[in-house]
Every structure is written in structure tokens, then in C-alpha cells.
Design a protein around this ligand. Structure first.
Ligand SMILES: *Cc1c(COP(=O)(O)O)cnc(C)c1O
Length: 452
């Protein structure tokens, strides 16, 4: 047991650990939440850093538009759409016998161009930043150049002398591998055992080296980090500790703010916005939540969602041990079909930086992820990978909670009636058809069993 204490002692001091170990779905609303104005200072990054990341993405837009023609319509800006889920909301209302006030929406990062997951934000951003740093230092590029010139044999020959490496459960490797290979870098992805075969195949087809491990994500990251540190020409993208990845994700918030305004959705104290973010190691949801807190302050409420078999961030924040503890230390197996969330040890950077800014955490069983996958398809015609469904039950957690959370934060019935609940759909558009059919069949079978 961690820190030399028995499980019984842990459970006595931290009663939720018993529930976590029993793999029971649960929610925990953070008693340490603080006003954004105060807690944003914990992060060590600021609005100016997010603005710089946003400006960098704008500089690269002409390159992205040229290298990835599917982004030409948005001028090389990698962004996803916002859609309402009225039919799913009606279905959930009926299934859970709750009156679901407010409106349920979906942020479709599942359909982000280039790599079909939220990793097309942070992962691609960090590779672009590294490429820019190298090219500026080499005199190959000036800040006011048209970056489309990087789509040239000369630039590819230059980047080809450099390497990029990353450890991944699948999607981060996919996004970093694709953009790195397109720029000309030698890319290596260290894949954990959870990674789907099609993700490895796709990367190899792009000329990326894929190293496979029989172990979980933390081992793949540690191994990748070790190999890269021996090579001065190799940049290791460290998903457990990277401020650059984090900032790439954070840019999502200003884009969302514009989309909400365009849809006529108000966000302020009287019109709260709840955002439900599937969490693996924490960089993606942490970065997005950081941006949201900068953009909306206390009017936005962020909750992280994890599989019952991989509740690493909940465990780390709840126990205060952060990355000093892994779910496996408590005998939780970290085996889940939600491969994007199959992480046993959280990012210590994100857990500590964001611990006063995240309203709550909850867990979802794999079976429920599959049921929700089938429900979303039948109600709205939308298809996501299992990880990406974890945000869907968030609204039920908030409206059904009995921990005094809503009262504590002044979330009155009147305010909740005007609330927007946003599910962050983190991946799925690139899942092969046969794989998706199997997911849907499994979800439908589980729904059928539930009705009997
Ligand atoms: C990576 C990923 C997440 C979570 O992001 P982290 O940075 O690992 O917390 C959620 N959903 C999907 C589909 C992902 O690929």
C-alpha cells in the first residue's frame, strides 16, 4: 500500500477510496474550490501565455491549410463545431427520471481535422512550437514570414535532422506522429498496451516508428523519456509535465467563447456553463479548463470524468498525493475500453495547478460508456469512441448530487434552469467502421439487457 499505510487506514482517512477500489461509479465535488481570481495564480501560466499560443497557431495557419487541405475551409485553424443534443437530453431525462433543466450541448473535438481527437489541439501545438523554435534559430524562418514556406523540401530536409518522440495510449501518438511526419521530423511513438491496432497501423502508414509495450501508459512514457534524453536531437513531448501541450489545449476556450456567443448562449453568474471533460493524464482537460477559467471566471464549472478502472486524477487530487500515487497501488487495474483514459498515474503538474479550479470529478463504468455510445448514435446520429462518452453523465451528476455542492456555489434552481451543460467529445471520427459497428453492437446489447 502507498506510503506504508494499510488499505483499512487509507479508507478510514479517505472514505471514497473504498468505493474507488470496489469500482463503484461515484462523484466527488471538490471542497477546495476557490474563486478563479484567486486560484488562477496557482497555475504558473497566464492569459498572456494563452494569447501567445493562439498567435502562434495563427502564424502556422497558412502552413496547416496547405499541408492539410481538409482545414482550408477554416483557413488552417484546427477547430471543431458545437452542436445541441436535444434528443439525447430527452432520452436521459426519461431514463434517469430527472428533470434536466438547462440545455445539453456537445463540443465535437471528436471531429477535429488531422487526427480526430482533442490531441489535435495540444499535441499538434507543441510540435509546431518546436518546429518554429528550430526554424527561427536556424534562420530558416522569420516571425513575419508566410509559414506555408515550411511545406518545402528544404524545410523537410532541415527538420529531418531532428527527432520527436512521445509516449501515448493512442491518440496523442496519432496527432504528434502525423504532424511530425508531415513537417519532415523523424517521429517515434511509444505505445502502451491499450493502444488500438488501427492507430498503430495508421501511424506506420505515415512513416512513423511505433514502439509497442506490453505495459501501461506510464511505462511507455518513462521508456520514451529515457530513450529521448540520451539524444540531443530528440525532443520528447512529455504529456505528464508539458506546459506547451497544456497551452495548446487552453486556446480552445477563446474559440468556444466565440461559438457560444454566435449561438446566442449567455454565460455569466445567472447563466452558468458546466463543462464535462474526459480525463486521462490530465493535460487535455486541464488545459481546456484553464482556458475556460480565464475566459469565463466563476461562471464556468469544470468537471473531470474518468473510467471506474482508471480514476487516477480523482485519486490524486482527493488524497492530495497527486502523481505520488497510482491507481494500481490500490489494486485498481487500469484496464478499460476507454483507451484514451487508460492512465493509472495523473500528471502532478495538472493536478496541483488546477486543484482549486475544478469543481468535481466522477467515474463511469465501461458498460455505461458503451450504452451511452449507442444512445448518442440512436438519438443524435453521432458516433464517438468510448472515452469520449465519459462527459455525457456529467449533467446527471450535477443535478442529482447530494453533497451540498450546488448550494455551496449558489447554483439555485433558477440559475440551473438557465444553465448550459457542455459535453466535451474528445475523439471518435477516425475509428474504422468495423470497430465502430462492434462498439455500437456492444452498447445496444447492454441497453437491451438494461430494459429487461
Ligand atoms: C487523451 C484523451 C483524453 C484525455 O486527455 P488527457 O490529456 O490524457 O487527460 C480524453 N479522451 C480522448 C479520446 C483522448 O484521446
Amino acid at each position: 500500500m502507498p506510503l506504508g499505510k494499510s488499505l483499512a487506514t487509507w479508507c478510514q482517512e479517505y472514505p471514497l477510496i473504498e468505493e474507488l477500489v470496489a469500482l463503484r461509479p461515484l462523484s466527488w465535488f471538490n471542497p477546495g474550490i476557490a474563486p478563479a481570481a484567486e486560484a488562477l495564480g496557482d497555475v504558473g501560466l497566464s492569459q498572456a501565455d494563452v494569447d501567445a499560443a493562439s498567435a502562434r497557431l495563427a502564424r502556422f495557419a497558412p502552413y496547416i491549410a496547405r499541408a492539410f487541405p481538409e482545414t482550408a475551409g477554416s483557413g488552417g485553424i484546427i477547430e471543431s463545431s458545437l452542436v445541441a443534443l436535444p434528443h439525447l437530453q430527452a432520452l436521459l431525462t426519461e431514463r434517469h427520471d430527472l428533470s434536466l433543466d438547462g440545455a445539453l450541448w456537445l463540443k465535437q473535438d471528436s471531429h477535429l481535422p488531422i487526427s480526430g481527437s482533442i490531441k489535435a489541439r495540444g499535441g499538434i501545438y507543441e510540435v509546431l512550437k518546436h518546429a518554429e523554435d528550430l526554424a527561427l534559430a536556424e534562420g530558416l524562418l522569420r516571425l513575419d514570414d508566410d509559414y506555408a514556406t515550411l511545406d518545402s523540401d528544404a524545410a523537410r530536409a532541415f527538420f529531418g535532422r531532428h527527432k520527436i518522440a512521445v509516449g501515448s495510449t493512442g491518440n496523442l501518438g496519432l496527432s504528434i506522429g502525423i504532424i511530425s511526419a508531415r513537417l519532415g521530423f523523424q517521429a517515434t511513438v511509444h505505445m502502451s498496451a491499450d493502444a488500438r491496432q488501427w492507430k498503430k497501423d495508421k501511424l506506420r502508414a505515415h512513416g512513423v516508428e511505433v514502439v509497442e509495450y506490453a505495459c501501461d501508459y506510464s511505462v511507455a512514457v518513462a521508456e520514451g523519456r529515457k530513450q529521448a534524453s540520451a539524444d540531443p536531437f530528440c525532443h520528447f513531448i512529455d504529456d505528464e509535465n508539458s506546459p506547451d501541450l497544456f497551452l495548446g489545449y487552453a486556446v480552445a476556450a477563446e474559440r468556444l467563447k466565440a461559438q457560444l456567443a454566435a449561438a446566442g448562449i449567455r454565460v455569466d453568474a445567472e447563466h452558468p456553463l458546466f463543462v464535462y471533460l474526459p480525463c486521462g493524464v490530465g493535460g487535455g482537460p486541464g488545459g481546456v479548463a484553464f482556458g475556460l477559467k480565464l475566459a469565463f471566471g466563476d461562471a464556468v464549472h469544470c468537471l473531470f470524468a474518468e473510467p471506474t478502472h482508471s480514476p487516477c486524477m480523482l485519486l490524486g487530487v482527493y488524497s492530495g498525493l497527486h502523481d505520488e500515487v497510482a491507481v494500481q497501488d490500490f489494486g485498481i487495474d487500469n484496464l478499460t475500453a476507454a483507451d484514451g483514459l487508460a492512465v493509472g498515474r495523473p500528471s502532478g503538474f495538472v493536478g496541483r495547478a488546477m486543484q482549486r479550479l475544478i469543481d468535481g470529478y466522477y467515474t463511469v463504468s465501461d458498460e455505461e460508456l458503451f450504452r451511452l455510445l449507442a444512445l448518442l448514435q440512436s438519438s443524435e446520429g453521432l458516433r464517438l469512441e468510448p472515452s469520449a462518452l465519459a462527459g455525457v453523465p456529467g449533467m446527471l451528476q450535477v443535478l442529482g448530487e447530494q453533497q451540498g455542492y450546488r448550494q455551496r456555489l449558489g447554483l439555485t434552481p433558477e440559475r440551473l434552469a438557465r444553465a448550459t451543460h457542455l459535453v466535451w467529445a474528445t475523439g471518435g471520427s477516425m475509428v474504422p467502421e468495423t470497430e465502430m459497428s462492434a462498439y455500437l453492437a456492444r452498447g445496444q446489447a447492454l441497453l437491451q439487457a438494461e430494459r429487461q
